[in-house]
Design a protein around this ligand. Structure first.
Ligand code: FE2
Ligand code: FE2
Length: 316
């Protein structure tokens, strides 16, 4: 037993509060309220699952990339996403859960992942648009998480954000090539933007009034900005980028508001968002079935790794 464990809980709680108030990091061995631990496990697991499921829509185009260069870039990106999943599962494990257990929850649909990955990738332009808008929204969401109060999560995010910014640039660069191509290529980009714009806005989660956990998460220093603040930041960032690409964002209400020094924009279809996060999106069934199958097909690898570890331990 360490000296910290012997102190009465009131003291530990005061120490936790002081750490948060001073904007220092909580580390795995520090005492933390059970609700803080549970919130983090839920959020980090959901984030890890999103990275892993997010490999599927893009993996769909690996064999159909239009050139060797594009294929190599896409392959590297999909592998990065697998790596992000691994860092995040490792961060979740510091909170006392097991990766195996989290994977079971994902494939039993007991834990969620980002709604965006339940939309299908129908054209090559979708790969560019995902890099631009989906990785762009992920960056807007994740940069503030680099200052999250939980040390292992914050540190994982620093590394992830560096790679995400490469993802966004490669998407944008691929779109620039398409919009400088033929009319058919420009139309393909516009059609893709029309499908991905609203789901990308939904990535920030429900409107602040419908996001009951936000206040507590902000008080704990897990979240630094509300969903609506981040959504606004993303819209303001995307408008000039869309202009450079020569594409129209499919929102008739979108316009600059001089008074607010920000863009006004329309309301996402929240009933669609609710349907997609509760399992009724266009690709939910397919995504989970694929992940389940991959998990089952990997059983022999886990068994072999376990047998090898047992053997080594016996020898030692
Ligand atoms: Fe990622
Ligand atoms: Fe990414």
């Amino acid at each position: 037993m360490t000296a910290t464990d012997e102190r009465p809980p009131a003291d530990l709680e005061a120490q936790f509060d002081a750490t948060i108030a001073a904007d220092r990091r909580i580390e795995p061995r520090d005492w933390m309220p059970e609700a803080y631990r549970k919130t983090l496990i839920r959020q980090i697991a959901q984030h890890a699952h999103s990275e892993i499921i997010g490999m599927q829509p893009e993996g769909n185009w690996l064999l159909r990339a239009p050139s060797l260069r594009r294929k190599a870039i896409l392959l590297a990106k999909v592998q990065d996403e697998a790596g992000h999943g691994m860092y995040l599962y490792a961060a979740a494990e510091t909170l006392g859960v097991d990766r195996e257990e989290l994977t079971e929850k994902l494939i039993d649909a007991k834990q969620k992942y980002s709604s965006i990955f339940n939309y299908p990738t129908l054209s090559w332009a979708d790969i560019g648009v995902i890099g631009w808008l989906v990785d762009g929204a992920a960056i807007a969401n994740q940069v503030p998480l680099c200052r999250c109060s939980y040390g292992p999560y914050a540190r994982a995010m620093i590394r992830i954000c560096k790679e995400e910014s490469f993802h966004q640039r490669q998407g944008y660069e691929s779109l620039l090539a398409l919009v400088n191509g033929t009319d058919a290529q420009r139309e393909m980009v516009q059609e893709s933007v029309d499908r991905w714009w609203w789901p990308s806005l939904m990535m920030f989660g429900p409107a602040d009034g419908d996001s009951p956990n936000t206040r507590q998460s902000m008080a704990w220093g897990i979240k630094r900005h509300t969903n609506d603040e981040l959504r606004q930041r993303f819209v303001d960032m995307s408008v000039p980028q869309a202009r450079t690409l020569g594409v129209t964002l499919p929102d008739p209400a979108l316009r600059w508001n001089d008074e607010r020094q920000a863009h006004d924009f329309g309301e996402p279809d929240w009933s669609e968002f609710q349907a997609v996060i509760s399992g009724a999106g266009p690709a939910n069934q397919q995504r989970l079935a694929h992940r389940r199958r991959a998990h089952e097909n990997g059983a022999w690898v886990r068994e072999a790794a376990r047998a090898y570890a047992d053997k080594r331990e016996a020898r030692a």
